[in-house]
Ligand binder design. Sequence first.
Ligand SMILES: C[S@@+](CC[C@H](N)C(=O)[O-])C[C@H]1O[C@@H](n2cnc3c(N)ncnc32)[C@H](O)[C@@H]1O
Length: 285
Amino acid sequence: MDILHQGERKYHIEKNTVQETLIIPLYGRKVCSEHFPELFKDPEAERICSMLDYDFAEKGKKMESAVGLFGALEVAQRQYDLAWEVKDYLKKNPNAAVVNLGCGLDDTFRKCDNGTCKGYNIDMSDVIAVRNQLLPESDRERNLAYDLNDETWMDEIDAKCGAVFFASGVFYYFKTDDVKALFQKMAKRFPGAVIVFDSCNRRGAKMMTKTWLKEAGIADVSTFFSLEDKDELKKWSDDFADVSAKSYMRGYRDIYKDVSFLHKLMIHFCDRLVKMIIVKIEFKG
Ligand SMILES: C[S@@+](CC[C@H](N)C(=O)[O-])C[C@H]1O[C@@H](n2cnc3c(N)ncnc32)[C@H](O)[C@@H]1O
């Protein structure tokens, strides 16, 4: 997994795997940190990218274009949105479990840590192996190697003081039926908890087959998760107390006035035509 490179250890990320998909948001946060430091300063993303054995040349070229920079803004904004929800939940439940589903090399828990909550970062074993080197566990933070479709991961979560689950750029890789089964089981298992995650409609998912989903080998998104309207989720379970949603780009911190004309147009496109939203499901208590 790791190699020695010019006297310094570097951690290898395999190409054309689901694992590789973690590179885009991580690198996007780094690029954003460099290009829009007043909006998103993320020294951790910069540090982690510098420690990976991965050829960023192709992604770098794409992401440095005006359209590519919008992708970087999207992933940084998404992390901001989800962190906002985590911090909001922690105000009322300061000792809660904070669970990052499909964590990749994202450090949202550390950005939200109030000193008393408990963090859990869950991903496939090959990702957790790299994570353990770059973002090792601490007293209140654990890295767990599980396929989220294997519900035994739920046994690891201490939700006695509440739980806030979040998934950033993850459910696009899941079949709709698997997302449904996962949410139904979670709602039964974690009463009073919330889950927040990003989603887009089928058009958006199709567009992602040319970028994000390509590395995971997904070309046909017809059976994969996408959402035209958050209300579709209300029918999924009687254990949901509420389903709400906000604009991904403008719902939490409106950066509209801070971006270029092209990026303003792209924000409208994402809101109206691709339906990029942050969804929050509250489970009945
Ligand atoms: C696009 S990356 C996002 C990573 C991270 N959430 C972020 O925003 O930087 C998708 C992540 O989901 C993970 N993932 C996909 N399917 C999974 C599954 N069935 N179980 C656990 N993790 C999964 C991948 O390994 C990858 O790390």
